[in-house]
Ligand binder design. Structure first.
Ligand code: PGA
Length: 260
């Protein structure tokens, strides 16, 4: 089986869009340096708002020398077209130009608050891969869907919308399972709940290609904190975390990395 290096991604959401974003990145880089984690412990990704992307990318670049871990920048969203008359939108080539390597696609806040659909998520996944931007595609059920016993059905539908596209370059993309009821609520899925869904996603991928299943990192997201990260990250099919609230402070983000 391909060795999957854990991926720990911090989704800053609509916080730290300026100077404080650079300060946070500096603190994280400093913490990573002093933790001196061996190569292969984890790949680290930070996803600031658009306004801070280029500055945070430059900050990380300056602080990178000697660090054994990969640290890269992600956007939180983008427009699938490369350019055009789309006021207020940002494209994949623009993100690459700003120093981004990754983009989060289909976060539940985008799906719920901005009407993103499975078809739109698939379109963006294709556009990101075509442009050379690594997608972290998010899936997850609502509380109502979980209580209605529909979790696996919903997640399978969401994954099915884009999974085959990841065959274009296996291992480049990642999937984040984020139960909507656990995001920002302090209500975390237990390791068994996370593992159950992750295993289902893995077997869905195996139905497409064994290589896709073993080469795709499956992240868990939803109230991941330093004190619950170890249990989640120890699950066989959990290959990392997409962290919201706890990524906004260097100490808690680094605490999650130390839990590895
Ligand atoms: P949370 O957010 O860690 O604050 O729950 C996770 C996410 O939305 O990606």
């Amino acid at each position: 089986m391909t060795k999957r290096v854990p991926l720990i991604a911090g989704n800053w959401k609509m916080f730290h869009g300026g100077r404080t974003g650079c300060d946070l990145a500096i603190d994280i880089m400093r913490g990573l340096r002093s933790a001196d984690l061996p190569a292969g412990t984890a790949d680290v990704v930070m996803a600031p708002p658009f306004t801070a992307l280029a500055a945070v990318a430059a900050t990380v670049e300056e602080a990178r020398a000697g660090l054994k871990l990969s640290v890269e920048i992600s956007a939180q969203n983008f427009h699938a077209k490369a350019e055009g008359a789309f006021t207020g939108e940002v494209s994949a080539p623009m993100l690459l130009d700003a120093g981004c390597k990754w983009v989060i696609i289909g976060h539940s806040e985008r799906r719920q608050l901005f009407g993103e659909t499975d078809a739109g998520v698939a379109e963006k996944t294709k556009a990101a891969l075509d442009a050379g931007l690594r997608p972290i595609v998010c899936v997850g059920e609502t509380l109502e869907e979980r209580e209605g016993g529909k979790t696996l059905e919903v997640v399978e539908r969401q994954v099915g919308a884009f999974a085959k596209l990841l065959l274009a370059d296996v291992g480049v993309g990642a999937i984040a399972y984020e139960p909507v009821w656990a995001i920002g609520t302090g209500r975390v899925a237990g390791p068994e709940q996370a593992q159950e869904v992750h295993a289902a996603i893995r077997s869905q991928l195996a139905g497409i290609s064994q290589e896709l299943a073993s080469g795709t990192r499956l992240l868990y997201g939803g109230s991941v904190k330093p004190d619950n990260a170890a249990g989640l990250l120890a699950c066989e099919d959990v290959d990392g975390a997409l962290v919201g609230g706890a990524s906004l402070k260097a100490e808690s983000f680094l605490g999650i990395l130390r839990a590895l």
